[in-house]
Design a protein around this ligand. Structure first.
Ligand code: PEP
Length: 250
């Protein structure tokens, strides 16, 4: 019932010519793919090139971050209206690297998610616990808090423009993927938390992606789990062949 999503996060990789070369290689590989939505998130400077390269295809383009104010004296920031103008239809919000290195908090995530949805973007909102929190038995509690403080202020209808990405920080860029069982248990907990805040049907419709060292050889096992609706892929999304293989996980 929920349409799967495979999303690639390029982080701080790829210039405009590299962006062109990536899509030249990827698009022919995925022409026949109909079973999932495909999203790619290049750095800001390559968004326009990516939108142009994917025009007329089923690939949607996402920013990796967005600011909540519509415009103003906010040096270095990019607004929702600017992203919509360039042709983006998504933004990632609250990626753990932004939380760890750039002071992103649940409160800033809440403001960004609200601004994104109100301004016409879909938001891929990232949540997930550190290794210390998991080892300390606090993973569920941390993720529940991130949902309540970061997303719990949206209205039920806003939720249809939200995709949640569960990304345990200990699995990002480490090669250490959560087992499908660990990921599935957390996804079920996330869905339960949304059902408590909103209602069962909004929670049922919510797409929840797993992220953390997803590769062509582990995507199928993850996708077999009922509550896992897709993947947010970092490293393996940089190579068109491996990203195409992940998209074709069936
Ligand atoms: C990410 O950047 O969101 C991510 C999950 O990275 P990786 O796939 O490289 O672990």
């Amino acid at each position: 019932m929920r349409r799967p999503v495979i999303a690639g996060n390029w982080k701080m990789f790829k210039t405009r010519p590299e962006t062109g070369a990536f899509f030249d290689a990827l698009i022919p590989e995925i022409l026949d793919v109909e079973h999932c939505d495909i999203v790619v998130a290049p750095p800001f400077i390559s968004l326009a090139a990516a939108v142009e390269e994917t025009d007329g295809t089923r690939v949607a383009i996402s920013a990796q971050d967005v600011y909540w104010e519509p415009e103003g004296a906010f040096t270095g920031e990019i607004s929702v209206r600017m992203l919509v103008d360039v042709g983006c239809t998504y933004s990632i919000i609250g990626h753990s690297e932004r939380r760890q290195y750039f002071g992103e908090t649940d409160e800033s995530v809440a403001r960004k998610a609200n601004a994104a949805v109100k301004g016409g973007l879909n938001a891929i909102v990232c949540i997930g616990e550190t290794l210390t929190e998991r080892d300390g038995g606090q993973a569920f509690e941390v993720v529940r808090r991130q949902i309540r403080n970061g997303l719990g202020q949206l209205t039920g209808s806003d939720l249809s423009h939200i995709i949640v990405a569960y990304e345990p920080i200990w699995a990002i860029g480490t090669g250490r993927t959560a087992t499908p069982e660990i990921a599935a248990a957390m996804h079920a907990e996330i869905r339960k938390t949304f059902a408590e805040i909103y209602n069962a049907s909004a929670a049922d419709a919510l797409r929840i992606l797993y992220g953390g060292s997803v590769k062509p050889d582990n995507i199928s096992a993850l996708m077999k789990k009922e509550d896992i609706d897709g993947a947010l892929v970092g490293g393996a999304s940089l190579d068109p062949a491996s990203f195409a293989a992940i998209i074709k996980y069936l």
